[in-house]
Ligand binder design. Structure first.
Ligand code: SF4
Length: 444
């Protein structure tokens, strides 16, 4: 989401004639688009701010005109005033809905006058129009915000409640992407399967199209709508991120199974394997429900790969709870996982819970979770050696300029020899061997 929004802000800059500077130090304007989800991201931002503050001071000491410093994104939503007072070098803060006010801010910067703060309203980015020539993949935001309030998560506080994008606007973007020859799209939202667009609340937006549900379009309805719109276009692969297991419906699984444009990979963040901890996290599903979902997905969509997020060290987590997570990981056998340990986030329900787990215990438990996942990932990938796959060729291998890097629809990486003219196209390959987490493949 952060990458998609950075691209949307970059588009506004380009449309106004701004160009990318070779470095932050040589720029007329420095824009830091922030993320608040992890504590470490906030710490890193503060380090960058200190750097630019010192740079601005050095320029002022040498009577050189200084750059404009803007902080955007979740941290600006959450801590805007605090950041401005701690780092006076910041000229402007703008939150996650900043795209609505960014052009006015830029106009003020260009005219050398201060910007009068205005209210921000959500704007869905049209990522397609900024695509560079030859680009073959794009994000497509479909909703913003989250109503779930998982007890450890700051997203609903910084991004606000769920707002779904109109199907007509999504359709327009799909058409633009197809005209540009895009091959792969990722539908984006904090909790995509809560997508719901109400026609009665937006009476002008139906355009005579079919509806699903009592009023409007729900997520499986949107997937069906998208599958129809991308049929016979250049867009052959569709992913979506992120899907909360508690909201993943049987209808969504059925639509994925029926329409081959949906990639055979799903990122489904389980977070924990203990029902006690899942309840404390306010995840609103149980371990049993998750296991059933995984089984239903694998039954409906044979060969689908599943990945996940695992959060260890939540307050009150015991050895038994951790064992429940390790057992769930062994049972499901995710292809990969993003694994992290709990950081208290001020303002969230879990922040003040008793029984916070000591730092060294969190680290030790995280180490065990990572070791298990690494083993499962290696075994899962090794079992795939020898299979034939369709891949999207993404670019030149970073390790060898004579080789191409490609990705399967199951989100596995492969390198193979071939001409760079193949970049951005699909190919049938055979996975010959595995090195680390990357297959060595060859065109069939
Ligand atoms: S579903 Fe939970 S973890 Fe995901 S964004 Fe919403 S509150 Fe945060």
């Amino acid at each position: 989401m952060n990458s998609a929004e950075s691209a949307a802000l970059e588009l506004v800059l380009r449309e106004r004639g701004w160009e990318k500077a070779p470095s932050g130090e040589k720029a007329d304007l420095v824009l830091l688009n922030t993320c608040s989800v992890r504590h470490t991201a906030e710490t890193r931002l503060k380090g960058r701010l200190a750097h630019y503050e010192a740079l601005k001071k050095a320029l002022a000491d040498n009577r050189v005109p200084a750059f404009t410093l803007i902080v955007a994104g979740c941290m600006a939503s959450r801590l805007g005033a605090e950041l401005k007072s701690a780092y006076p070098a910041i000229d402007q803060v703008m939150g996650t809905n900043a795209r609505s006010i960014f052009p006015a801010i830029l106009e003020a910067v260009e005219q050398g006058r201060p910007f009068e703060p205005a209210s921000e309203t959500p704007v869905f980015s049209f990522s397609s129009s900024h695509l560079e020539a030859g680009a073959f993949r794009s994000f497509v935001p479909i909703m913003h915000g989250c109503n779930n309030f998982c007890s450890y998560c700051i997203v609903p506080y910084v991004r606000g409640r769920e707002v779904s994008r109109s199907p007509a606007s999504i359709e327009t973007e799909l058409q633009l992407l197809a005209e540009k020859g895009v091959r792969e799209i990722t539908l984006l939202g904090q909790n995509v399967n809560s997508y719901h667009y109400s026609y009665s609340e937006n009476p002008d937006s139906n355009g005579g199209r079919s509806k699903t549900g009592p009023d409007g379009l729900d997520f499986p309805g949107l997937l069906t709508f998208i599958a129809r719109r991308v049929k016979d276009t250049s867009i052959e692969w569709v992913h979506f991120l992120s899907a909360n297991p508690g909201d993943l419906s049987p209808e969504t699984i059925a639509v994925m199974a029926e329409n081959r444009c949906f990639c055979r990979h799903l990122h489904l963040p389980v977070q924990h394997g203990s029902n006690r901890i899942l309840a404390a996290m306010n995840r609103r599903y149980t371990r049993e429900h998750f296991l059933t979902l995984a089984a239903e997905l694998r039954k409906a969509i044979p060969g689908i790969s599943l990945s996940t997020d695992i959060l260890v060290g939540f307050p009150g987590e015991t050895e038994e709870d951790l064992e429940a997570t390790l057992n769930l990981m062994k049972e499901i056998r995710f292809l990969y996982a993003y694994m992290y340990y709990y950081n208290p986030r001020e303002g969230t329900a879990a922040c003040d819970l008793p029984n916070q787990v000591p730092e060294e215990t969190k680290l030790e438990r995280l180490g065990r979770v990572i070791a298990l996942q690494n083993k499962v990932t290696e075994e899962s990938l090794l079992a795939r050696v020898g299979s034939r796959e369709r891949v999207l060729i993404e670019g030149i291998s970073r390790k060898n300029a004579d080789e191409l890097i490609a990705r399967t629809e199951k989100d596995e990486m492969a390198v193979l020899g071939g001409p760079k003219e193949r970049i951005g196209s699909f190919a049938e390959v055979k996975l010959h061997s595995l090195k680390g987490r990357t297959f060595r493949a060859a065109f069939i």
